[in-house]
Design a binder for this molecule. Sequence first.
Ligand SMILES: Nc1ncnc2c1ncn2[C@@H]1O[C@H](COP(=O)(O)OP(=O)(O)OP(=O)(O)O)[C@@H](O)[C@H]1O
Length: 255
Amino acid sequence: MITLQNLTMRREERLILDHVNLQINEGEQWVILGRNGSGKTTILEMINGYLFPSSGRVEVMGHVYGQVDVREVRKKIGYISQSLMEKLNLSDPVWEVAATGEYGFLRFYQEIPGEVKEKALHILEQLNILHLAEKPLGVLSQGERKKAMLARVIMSDPSLLILDEPCSGLDLYEREKLLADLEQLSKKPLQMVYVTHHIEEIMPFFTHTAVVHEGKILASGHKEDVLKDELFKQVFDVDVKLVWDAGRPWLHVQA
Ligand SMILES: Nc1ncnc2c1ncn2[C@@H]1O[C@H](COP(=O)(O)OP(=O)(O)OP(=O)(O)O)[C@@H](O)[C@H]1O
């Protein structure tokens, strides 16, 4: 479903990605982990076709970038990121923010068809935020904004969902609610690539993990094979012990 081959990215003489290879197959749910500045977002932007590598090959859902109109591929990709959040209009009502997902627009300049509004309201109801439908996006809490973005993504019925640190800024309650929503979504035929710094966000439904370090993929594969104490010591330079509890990994920092 996604093949990244030998991706290299240079910026001002700096090597930001260094021969990145990653194979993501249908039915797998991936988490990409790594420290600040390791190159995670750069990889996501390449999968979305917003950035092109200096060299290498990107194939997404059977389309090789450079040979297709990436805007067409993007219609099948849902993207949740802080940079997209910043592009949305804070004065737009939440239902309208969700409805824009139907077309991939950032905002509407014409009347929205009744059935599109109905569909948006239905999705808000599923996510338990129907009561926020008429509120402007700007008055929502961080957690509620994330849910509005999720509604916008669900509206577009994507085959691939890319999430860049969706839980950042959320308290424990909001984080767990968002993760539970994602778990529900994972039951659809919907593939996810989820970027985070926090391994406890690796819910049981995630099957695979890649660890990015200084622009390289340090390890990738089944999460149980990749998530090892030694790897965390190497990446985070902190002595940790990894413990699995209820199907989720947790890190204990050693004294
Ligand atoms: N346009 C750019 N020009 C120069 N350097 C850039 C540019 N975009 C990203 N970088 C650098 O590339 C490196 C990787 O950035 P990236 O955003 O992919 O990291 P990340 O792993 O997502 O980090 P974080 O977890 O902090 O979001 C960083 O050191 C960043 O400063």
